[in-house]
Design a protein. Structure first.
Length: 99
């Protein structure tokens, strides 16, 4: 009683039926790979957009900060008060202390 191995030709339908599970596994792996690639590309585009948004918000913050710092200097405050008709007193203010 010798066992004969049954050879299956690669181009035959029996070969594809025999390996259908493996082929479907490879197809599923391919689909997961494609989904992962698309998902990561979408996230990268979103991150790039958020980086641009953060940079623009930082620039706007720095501009406002610069304007506030410039307007709070003594010379700028004096100009703004002179435009409204108020003038500096000229005397040094007296400090009222605790003791």
């Amino acid at each position: 009683m010798s066992k004969k191995k049954h050879k299956v030709k690669i181009g035959s339908t029996a070969f594809f039926i025999k390996n259908a599970g493996f082929v479907s596994f490879l197809a599923m792996l391919g689909l997961v790979y494609i989904f992962n690639a698309h998902n990561s590309e979408k996230k990268i585009r979103k991150i790039s957009g958020l980086k641009i948004e953060v940079r623009d918000a930082h620039d706007a913050y720095m501009k406002v900060k610069k304007d506030v710092m410039r307007k709070s200097t003594a010379s700028e405050l004096e100009k703004a008060l002179n435009e409204k008709g108020l003038k500096a007193h000229g005397k040094v203010p007296t400090l009222i202390g605790e003791g």
